[in-house]
Ligand binder design. Structure first.
Ligand SMILES: [Zn+2]
Length: 822
C-alpha cells in the first residue's frame, strides 16, 4: 500500500498507517539500569555474547550490515537539518523519506538501532562511528529548536505543527510513530554503543513529550491515541527503567490506549478492523510497563493480546494482517491476498513473544511461535539476491503471489526500517539465561560466550536443512541446560556425551542438570515430518510443512488465479534438503522452503480434500490381556496401553480399567488430523473424580489439544479445544460427572458449533467453536486417561467403547449409541 493511499485511509477515518518499534530493551545492558525488571526470571544475553556462525542467519546479517555501512549519513540528516534552518547539500532521500512525506525521519531511528545492534554484535567500530556522527548532528538540530520556533527538546524531520494537528485531530500521518523510532534509536545507541550524548538527546525529547501531553486533558490524550504512535509507551518505560526518573513512567502511561487495553484486559478479541501494527507495539509497551510497575493488568493485556493474535489471526508463515488490518477471528482462508503479513507486525510479535517468555518461561509456546515466524516469515523477507538486504513489505499469501523488495534510497518503508533491525539482532534469542540456567531456544549455528559462568557453548548445525544440532561446551560450570523440544519434533532425542537423556517431551524444554566439563557434547535430534496446517475457516485449505518449515509450490511466472489442488500422497522428498515434489491440479510441482522462495510466484496454501473415513476408529476394549487395543472400524488404528492393563466387565463386553496412576491408552498419531468436523463418543465409569483428570486428550502438547475432563477446577465437566494454549481454549461446560455409574459422553464439533451430550441428551453447547481437529496441526499425543499437562492426575476408572468420527453425529445418533449401550 502506498503512502498516498495510507493518507486517504486516514482521511476516511480509518485508524493508522504503518509501524514497528525498535529494539530498545534495558535487558541489553542491565548493569546500566537504575531499576530491575519486575516479574522476570529469564534474561537475554548481550548481543556481543552470541556470535553467529556461517548459516542463513549470518548471511542475512551480513547483507544488512553491508547496507548500514553503505548508507549516507548526510542524506539521512538532510530533512532534519532543513527542519531547523540549517543548510544541507545532500541529495534528498526518496520514498517515505522524501522531503514532502509526513513520515520523514522514521528511518533515522531504524538506522540508529541497526548501527547500535550491528556494533554490539560484531564490535566493528565503523558502525559506532557512523552512529555517533548521526547522534552528534541530531543534537545540533535539537539545539536549534527554539531558533526554528519549536519547543525545547523537539527533534524531528518535520515541523512541530504536525503535533498540533494530531492533538487537534486534524489529518496527519503518524508523527509520534516517527518520534518513537528516533527515541528508540537513541536509546539503542546509548545502551548498545555506549553513546552518552544519545541519552542526553533522548532525555530532552522525553521532556518535550511530557510538556506536550501534560497540557492536554485525559480525554484529549486518549483521542490523540487514535493516531498510530508506535511504541511510545515502550521507549518511555525503558527510559524510566534506565534512569529511575518517574516522570518518564508518567509520560509512558499517557500512551496507554484505553480503547485497545480495556477489551484486552478482559481477554476479549475486539481487534476486527483495527490497523494491525498500530496495536502490536502497544502490547509490547504493556509488558514493559508490567516489568516496570508490577501491575498485573499490564501483563494480562500483553498476554491476552498474544493469545488472541497467535490463536486466531496467524497465517502459516507466522505473520498476521490482510491489507494491514486485523479481521474477524479465525479468518485465514478467506483473507488471502497480495497484501497479507506485513513484516513489521512479525518483527513486533517476536519482540512481544520474547518479553512474555521472560515473564513465563514455563510456556514453550512463546518460543515455538518465535521459531515459526522467524523462519517462515522474516528470514525469507530479505532478498538474498540483494547485497544490501532489501526487504519485503508484505508477504503475499494468495496463490500466485510473489515477494517484492525495497531498495537503497527510494523506498524507506516501515518494513525496510524494521528489516535493518531484525537482521542485526538475529543472535538475540538463540540463548537466554536464568539463575544457573541456560535456555537453548533456537537451533542456529552460533557461539555463546557466557561470561558469568566462564564457559562457551558452540552450536554446530545446518538446521533446518538438517534436523539435528550439536552443542559443545568449553570450560567447566554447573548449570541446568534447558533445551527447547519443539512440538513438531515427535521422537526427539537429546544425548549428552552419547548418553540418552530422559524428559525429552515435545512442546516443552528438556532440563539437563549437570556440572559441565570441558568438551562435553550435547547432541539434539529433532525428527521432521511432513504435516499440514489447516485454516480455521476452511478445513480443506491447507499449508504443507516439513518440521517447522513452511513449504510452498514454486510457480515461476504462473500467476495463479486460485488455490491449486494438491494430492498430499504424492509428496516426495528430493535429494535437495527441504525440497519436495508432488502432483497438483496444475501438474507436477516443486515445493521449496518458503524462506528460500524468491524471484518467482508461489502457492503457500492448497486445496487438499479431507480424506478421513466417516468412522475413523472404534475401540471396544474387549481384550482380556496385553497392551494392544484393536480398532473395530476396520481402519487399522490400533492403540496401545502403557503398562499391562486390567480388563473388567464393561458396558458392553469388556472395558479397560485405568488405575489412576500413570496408566493410559495411546492412539495413533494424527488420529483426527485434518478433520474439519468430528465426534467422540465413549462410556466411562469413574472410580474417583479428580479435577482435570482426562477422559481423553488429543494433541501435541499444551499448545494444541482437545480434551474432556469429568470435572474441571470450576466444578464442571468440560470439553475444550485450543491451538494456542489454555488461554485460547474454546470450551463447553456442563455439570461435573460423578463416580460409580456408567456415563455416556459424546462431543460433536462442526459448523462452528460444539455440543456435549451426557447419557444421550444434550448437556451444553458452544456456538462459537471455530476450532476443529484440523486446527491442531500434527497430533502425536492422543491419549485416553492422560493430560497434555504433566501435573494433571491420570484417570481412575473404566472406559468402554470409544468411537471417533470425522463428521458430526446427529442428536438421534448419539441418543441411539447411549440407549443401545454401544
Ligand atoms: Zn512495515
Amino acid at each position: 500500500m502506498s503512502a498516498l493511499s495510507r493518507r486517504s485511509l486516514l482521511r476516511a477515518g480509518a485508524v493508522g498507517a504503518t509501524a514497528a518499534v525498535t529494539g530498545s530493551l534495558i535487558e541489553a545492558a542491565p548493569a546500566l539500569a537504575a531499576r530491575a525488571d519486575i516479574g522476570v526470571s529469564v534474561f537475554a544475553f548481550p548481543l556481543g555474547a552470541v556470535t553467529l556462525l556461517p548459516g542463513p542467519f549470518s548471511a542475512n546479517a551480513g547483507r544488512i550490515q553491508s547496507y548500514l555501512s553503505f548508507i549516507d549519513a548526510d542524506r539521512l540528516l538532510h530533512t532534519f537539518r532543513l527542519n531547523v534552518g540549517l543548510s544541507s547539500s545532500a541529495a534528498a532521500c526518496g520514498g517515505w523519506e522524501s522531503p514532502t512525506t509526513e513520515l520523514r525521519g522514521h528511518s533515522m531511528g531504524h538506522v540508529l538501532s541497526g548501527l547500535a545492534q550491528a556494533y554490539a554484535s560484531t564490535g566493528t567500530a565503523a558502525f559506532k562511528t557512523k552512529g555517533d556522527y548521526l547522534v552528534a548532528q541530531l543534537a545540533i538540530c535539537q539545539g536549534r529548536a527554539a531558533t526554528a520556533g519549536y519547543n525545547t527538546g523537539y527533534l524531528s524531520a518535520y515541523p512541530e505543527s504536525f503535533i498540533d494537528r494530531v492533538e487537534a485531530r486534524q489529518s496527519v500521518w503518524a508523527p509520534y510513530y516517527t518520534l518513537h523510532k528516533i527515541m528508540a534509536g537513541l536509546l539503542d545507541m546509548h545502551l548498545l554503543a555506549g553513546n552518552a550524548q544519545a541519552l542526553t538527546v533522548l532525555t530532552a525529547m522525553a521532556g518535550w513529550v511530557k510538556f506536550r501531553n501534560d497540557r492536554l486533558t485525559q480525554t484529549q490524550r486518549q483521542n490523540m491515541l487514535d493516531t498510530e504512535f508506535g511504541g511510545m509507551n515502550e521507549v518511555l518505560t525503558n527510559l524510566y527503567q534506565l534512569t529511575g526518573n518517574a516522570a518518564h513512567l508518567t509520560t509512558a502511561q499517557y500512551f496507554d490506549h484505553a480503547e485497545i487495553f480495556d477489551p484486552l484486559a478482559n481477554n476479549t478479541d475486539a481487534l476486527n478492523n483495527y490497523h494491525a501494527n498500530t496495536q502490536i507495539p502497544k502490547a509490547v509497551g504493556a509488558i514493559r510497563e508490567y516489568h516496570a510497575t508490577g501491575t498485573t493488568r499490564y501483563r494480562d493485556i500483553a498476554r491476552n493480546f498474544w493469545d488472541i493474535v497467535v490463536g486466531h489471526h496467524i497465517y502459516a508463515n507466522g505473520g498476521n494482517s490482510n491489507g494491514e488490518y486485523f479481521h474477524a477471528p479465525d479468518r485465514i482462508a478467506s483473507e488471502l491476498s497480495d497484501t497479507t503479513t506485513e513484516s513489521c507486525n512479525t518483527y513486533n510479535m517476536l519482540k512481544l513473544s520474547r518479553q512474555l517468555f521472560f515473564t513465563d518461561p514455563t510456556r514453550a509456546a512463546y518460543m515455538e511461535f518465535y521459531e515459526k515466524a522467524l523462519y517462515n516469515h522474516l528470514l525469507g523477507a530479505q532478498d538474498p539476491n540483494s547485497s544490501h538486504g532489501f526487504h519485503s513489505y508484505y508477504t503475499p499469501l494468495r496463490s500466485g503471489g510473489i515477494k517484492t523488495y525495497s531498495n537503497d534510497y527510494n523506498n524507506f518503508t516501515c518494513c525496510h526500517g524494521t528489516g535493518m533491525e531484525t537482521h542485526t539482532k538475529l543472535n538475540d534469542s538463540i540463548y537466554f539465561y536464568g539463575t544457573d540456567t541456560l535456555y537453548v531456544n533456537l537451533f542456529a549455528a552460533s557461539q555463546l560466550n557466557w561470561a558469568d559462568k566462564s564457559v562457551t557453548v558452540r552450536q554446530d548445525t545446518t538446521f533446518p536443512e538438517t534436523s539435528s544440532s550439536r552443542l559443545t561446551i568449553t570450560g567447566t560450570a554447573t548449570f541446568t541446560m534447558r533445551v527447547r523440544v519443539p512440538s513438531w519434533a515427535s521422537g526427539a532425542t537429546i544425548r549428552v556425551n552419547n548418553v540418552a537423556q530422559s524428559g525429552v517431551v515435545p512442546g516443552s524444554y528438556a532440563a539437563i542438570n549437570r556440572t559441565w566439563a570441558n568438551g562435553d557434547v550435547v547432541d539434539i535430534s529433532l525428527p521432521m515430518a511432513l504435516t499440514r496446517e489447516s485454516t480455521p475457516d476452511s478445513a480443506s485449505t491447507q499449508a504443507v510443512k516439513y518440521g517447522p518449515i513452511l513449504l510452498a509450490g514454486a510457480y515461476g511466472t504462473n500467476n495463479l488465479s486460485g488455490l491449486p489442488t494438491l494430492n498430499p500422497a504424492t509428496l516426495q522428498a528430493t535429494s535437495t534438503p527441504l525440497q519436495f515434489t508432488g502432483t497438483a491440479s496444475t501438474g507436477q510441482v516443486t515445493l521449496l522452503p518458503f524462506y528460500k522462495m524468491h524471484g518467482q510466484r508461489y502457492s503457500v496454501y492448497w486445496n487438499i480434500a479431507a480424506s478421513l473415513p466417516p468412522l475413523v476408529a472404534h475401540y471396544q476394549f474387549n481384550e482380556t490381556s496385553g497392551t494392544t487395543v484393536s480398532d473395530a472400524s476396520g481402519n487399522g488404528k490400533t492403540a496401545t496401553v502403557t503398562s499391562p492393563a486390567s480388563w473388567v466387565a464393561g458396558r458392553s463386553g469388556n472395558a479397560i480399567n485405568l488405575s489412576g496412576s500413570s496408566q493410559y491408552v495411546t492412539l495413533p498419531s494424527g488420529i483426527l488430523s485434518g478433520a474439519g468436523a468430528c465426534s467422540v463418543a465413549v462410556w466411562v465409569r469413574l472410580d474417583t473424580v479428580a479435577n482435570w483428570a482426562r477422559l481423553f486428550d488429543f494433541g501435541s502438547g499444551t499448545t494444541a489439544n482437545m480434551f474432556f475432563v469429568p470435572r474441571s477446577g470450576s466444578n464442571t465437566a468440560r470439553f475444550a479445544i485450543t491451538s494456542s494454549g489454555a488461554g485460547g481454549e474454546q470450551r463447553i461446560d456442563a455439570p461435573a460427572l460423578t463416580a460409580g455409574a456408567w456415563i455416556h459422553v459424546a462431543v460433536t464439533i462442526g459448523a462452528n458449533t460444539g455440543i456435549l451430550y451426557l447419557n444421550g441428551a444434550e448437556a451444553a453447547r458452544n456456538t462459537a467453536m471455530t476450532l476443529t481437529p484440523g486446527s491442531l496441526g500434527a497430533t502425536n499425543q492422543n491419549w485416553v486417561g492422560r493430560s497434555q499437562y504433566s501435573g494433571d492426575p491420570y484417570l481412575d476408572g473404566a472406559v468402554d467403547s470409544l468411537r471417533l468420527y470425522s463428521r458430526v453425529l446427529t442428536a438421534a445418533e448419539v441418543s441411539n449409541l447411549f440407549s443401545t449401550g454401544q
